[in-house]
Structure formats: structure tokens, C-alpha cells
Ligand binder design. Structure first.
Ligand SMILES: CC(C)(COP(=O)(O)OP(=O)(O)OC[C@H]1O[C@@H](n2cnc3c(N)ncnc32)[C@H](O)[C@@H]1OP(=O)(O)O)[C@@H](O)C(=O)NCCC(=O)NCCS
Length: 211
């Protein structure tokens, strides 16, 4: 897939290598949220630190290596002023046919609530819409995840559905949102992200036309 970098004024996203995967794991071990609740559908942060240290770096590497044009995830490390502060990903199935991609992210606790999550989401949107020429972006959050929903509200996504799931044995509603390319171009994009490595990525995905 090659190396991808998205450079903004406040955040820099880049493909995860082995060393970064280990550093990201330590950031996650230090805490992503109050352990009394769980924002993720797959509750990987409930694992013991040693299990996270065993599983996470391998998970990042295998996610990158198992990518095929029909179905891929691009996990990226997020930096702010030279510090590693979190994780972001874009992913898609059949993007060449659907024009659709999804985003996800987390920040270390110390870096939350300062507007950086919004900048990370904007960087992911730039990657998908500008870097890959996508037509729509999608995101999901648990109904009780005020911070993630705050980012989604701020960027004015449209509600597109919901489904029920169980988290820690309790019922939870997952809310779904979408953003069309026109909204991104008119309301979100501000020419403030530099994208590197997207041409080979587009070729890998069969998206050979410059967006
Ligand atoms: C979700 C997450 C990435 C958001 O990043 P963030 O840097 O904390 O969010 P921001 O500071 O950019 O805030 C965006 C908006 O949400 C609001 N917000 C942030 N945290 C909030 C909270 N706990 N409660 C209510 N609103 C909140 C902010 O006020 C802001 O809106 P405003 O500018 O209109 O005031 C981050 O909080 C995080 O990593 N959380 C834990 C992991 C997680 O939940 N990941 C997402 C899974 S779907």
C-alpha cells in the first residue's frame, strides 16, 4: 500500500510502522477514556495491558498487510507538536464502485477535549475526499459517546441510521452518520492539509483518475 502522510497545522497522520505501533500501544495502555464505560464495539481496551502489548502491534501490522483493493483499512498514528497523541483510520469496501469510506479515531486522555479530535477527523476527511476522490464519508458512535458525537455534530454530518448492539452485556444504540462530498468541499475543506503518498494508494485501489 505504501506510506501515507496527512499534514495539517495541528495534527499529522502517518502510516503505522513497527516502532510506532508499539508506542501507540503504550499510549492506549495509559488510557483512552474513563474505564467505567466503553466506547468501542470491539472492547479491546478492556484487555489487560500485557494482552494489549501482545496483540495491538500485531493487529496494526496485519491490518496493513491484509489490505486488498476490495476491502482495506489504513491505520495511522496521530502526532501533535512532535508528540504521538493517538490513532486514526480510514477504511472502505469496494470504494472504486461505492465511492464511500469510513473513519475512526482515538486520542490519549491527556490530548482530548482540546479540539484535536475535530482536526483528526478533518484530516481523515481530507484523506478520503481529496486523497481518494471519494463521494461520501461515514462514521458511527455509541449514543453515549458525547465527544465523538460532538465532533460529528461540529462538522455537520447527517444522521443516516442506527442499530442496536451489546457492550459489556448491556444494550447500546450505535448511531450512524454520513457526509457527502459537496458538504465537505463547501463547509469543511480549507486547503490546510498536505497529502503525501496518495498517488500509489489510488493506483493500488484502482482509482487511477486524479481526484
Ligand atoms: C472522540 C474523540 C476522538 C474526540 O476528540 P476530542 O479532541 O476529545 O474532541 P474535540 O475537543 O475536538 O471536541 C469536539 C466537540 O465535541 C465536544 N466535546 C468533546 N468532548 C466532550 C464531552 N466529553 N462531552 C460533551 N461534549 C464534548 C467539544 O465541546 C467540541 O464541540 P464545541 O467545539 O462545539 O464545543 C476523543 O474524545 C477520544 O479519543 N475519545 C475516546 C475514544 C473514542 O471515543 N473514540 C471514538 C469512538 S467512536
Amino acid at each position: 500500500m505504501g506510506s501515507i502522510v496527512v499534514i495539517g497545522e495541528q495534527v499529522r497522520l502517518r502510516t503505522i510502522d513497527t516502532v510506532t505501533g508499539e508506542a501507540l500501544t503504550e499510549l492506549a495502555v495509559r488510557g483512552i477514556y474513563d474505564p467505567s464505560w466503553q466506547p468501542f464495539g470491539v472492547p479491546w481496551t478492556d484487555d489487560a495491558p500485557d494482552e494489549m502489548r501482545r496483540a495491538l502491534p500485531t493487529f496494526y501490522a496485519s491490518t496493513i498487510h491484509s489490505a486488498v483493493p476490495e476491502r482495506w483499512e489504513l491505520p495511522m498514528a496521530v502526532e501533535h507538536e512532535g508528540d504521538l497523541i493517538g490513532f486514526a483510520k480510514i477504511q472502505a469496501s469496494d470504494i472504486s464502485a461505492s465511492g464511500r469510506f469510513s473513519t475512526g479515531s482515538w486520542l490519549g486522555l491527556a490530548f482530548q477535549g482540546r479540539g484535536l479530535g475535530t482536526q483528526v477527523r478533518r484530516a481523515c476527511l481530507a484523506a478520503g475526499f481529496k486523497g481518494l476522490g471519494a463521494q461520501s464519508a461515514h462514521t458511527q458512535a455509541n449514543a453515549n459517546n458525547a465527544a465523538s458525537l460532538g465532533v460529528t455534530r461540529k462538522l455537520e454530518y447527517l444522521a443516516s441510521g442506527h442499530f442496536e448492539l451489546e457492550i459489556r452485556g448491556e444494550p447500546m444504540t450505535k448511531l450512524e452518520f454520513t457526509m457527502q462530498r459537496e458538504h465537505w468541499r463547501e463547509e469543511v475543506w480549507r486547503e490546510d492539509f498536505t497529502l503525501l503518498g496518495f498517488e500509489p494508494f489510488r493506483t493500488f485501489l484502482g482509482l487511477s483518475v486524479e481526484p
